[in-house]
Design a protein around this ligand. Structure first.
Ligand SMILES: Cc1ncc(COP(=O)(O)O)c(C=O)c1O
Length: 431
């Protein structure tokens, strides 16, 4: 099995944290998002411990809310010592409603509206991650109006291509996120920020991309940022205190994907950082990282019920499930691969070649193409692994499909954390 919280029980069913997948589907309905809380906590601890050890005690991981935002996640990550990043007032609102302290939030977003900026400042956000000079000007005015000095990180791009999927590759020069160092525009950005009386430039942010398995891009990124920090110290007298090097470590969607040793990678990045600091004569008070996927993806499994099993002679077999692109649009968006199991026949040979399709009237509504699972019958429970990140967060009501319920399992006990949406819920704003 891909993860050690999965097993096959005496009935031949898939068990998640010891809970029979058939029983979970019967009790909570399908589609159902299942999250292993213990695994999420373990991932948080891995980051917190490694970052303290290699980057120093003021350093911390921020959970990237965009990967999975709902009230119940915030007490979990907070109690494990994480800060969070947020990209919209909606994420701020959710985190605040869960009692997460605003001063431990980092507010991202490539287009923060004037209202967004005011909302962030009024909420007492710890750091704004400023994307561009327009935002800087509005933030400066907003902070002045409130008589405060807002701490910010300036979002820079380092010109790195981590050879990942185009749509989740954000660190190159040609990017809508941040300001490039290579073109010299970062210099104008820094100078503009330093001229803002109501803004305190604490440091820089940069995010290279997502689902990254190789080390080179992170190692190069800290070298580039350190060299740039030395340059701005020399040129503009700005002593950069903080670097936020983004998220992006990859996870195993299928057996083909490598296992990443997170502490070893963090150690390696810290070695490159320390060498660069020594070379350029600078030091930082704290380093932040923003893992999303590598905190929650592995901990998630989605359970569906099989509808039709259709064999198109001479072509392929289709297994349709009662969810699909509405609860997991990642295949439709990126052709992302997943590991799929027949949870009702987890002990049977996985020898039925099929494509798992969703319920929407959309030919792109697929979960996985040309995979092998134990041949299902209508009513069998299908499990799709590694769905903890960018699934619920990206879910939609296309075809008027309600969003699924979510449960969290802690020490073998499941609890409902998000109720299944009703048809009435989907109409609640319609006049
Ligand atoms: C700025 C920023 N930080 C953090 C993340 C989280 O990345 P991941 O979930 O791959 O760790 C992203 C993802 O797109 C991002 O854009």
């Amino acid at each position: 099995m891909l993860y050690n919280d999965l097993s096959v029980n005496g009935k031949g069913h898939l068990a998640i944290c010891g809970c029979d997948a058939e029983d979970l589907a019967a009790e909570f309905g399908t589609p159902l998002y299942v999250l292993d809380e213990d695994m999420i906590r373990e991932k948080c601890r891995t980051y917190v411990d490694a970052m303290h050890e290699y980057f120093g005690p003021a350093s911390a991981p921020l959970f990237a809310s965009k990967s999975l935002c709902f009230k119940g996640i915030y007490p979990v990550v907070e109690s494990e010592g994480m800060c969070v990043d947020v990209v919209s007032p909606g994420e701020i609102f959710t985190a605040l409603a869960a009692g997460f302290p605003a001063e431990k939030m980092f507010f991202h977003g490539t287009n923060k509206t004037d209202e967004d900026i005011a909302y962030g400042v009024d909420s007492g956000i710890g750091y704004f991650v400023v994307d561009n000079q327009n935002e800087l000007a509005v933030l400066d005015r907003t902070a002045a109006d409130r008589g405060i000095r807002q701490k910010v990180l300036l979002r820079l791009t380092c010109g790195l291509d981590p050879h990942t999927l185009e749509a989740i590759n954000t660190g190159r020069v040609d990017s809508q996120f941040g300001v490039p160092i290579d073109t010299g525009q970062a210099d104008d950005f820094v100078q503009a920020a330093l001229a803002c009386e109501n803004i305190e430039v604490a440091g820089f942010h940069s995010h290279v991309g997502s689902q990254i398995f190789e080390s080179d891009s992170f190692n190069r990124q800290v070298e580039i940022l350190t060299e740039y920090a030395a340059k701005v110290k020399e040129a503009y007298g700005l002593a950069v205190k903080v670097l936020n090097i983004g998220g992006g470590f990859g996870v195993r969607y299928t057996e083909k994907d490598p296992v990443i040793d997170i502490p070893a990678r963090i150690k390696e990045v810290s070695e490159h950082l320390n060498a660069a600091c020594e070379k350029h004569g600078v030091s930082f008070e704290a380093i932040f990282m923003e893992p999303g996927r590598s905190i929650v993806a592995d901990a998630g499994t989605t359970l569906y019920r099989t509808g039709g099993v259709k064999e198109i002679k001479g072509y392929r077999n289709y297994v349709t499930v009662d969810g699909g692109m509405t609860d997991n649009p990642r295949f439709a968006l990126y052709k992302s691969e997943y590991t799929v199991l027949n949870a009702s026949r987890a002990d049977a040979p996985a020898d039925y070649e099929c494509t798992v399709a969703g319920r929407c009237c959309e030919s792109g509504d697929r979960i996985a193409e040309n995979i092998s699972i134990a041949k299902p019958e209508r009513g069998d429970v299908i499990a799709v692994l590694t769905t903890g990140a960018y699934n619920y967060a990206m879910a939609s009501n296309y075809n008027r499909v309600p969003k699924p319920a979510m449960i969290m399992i802690k020490e073998g006990t499941p609890r409902l954390v998000i109720r299944r949406e009703s048809y009435a819920d989907m109409m609640k704003n319609e006049l």
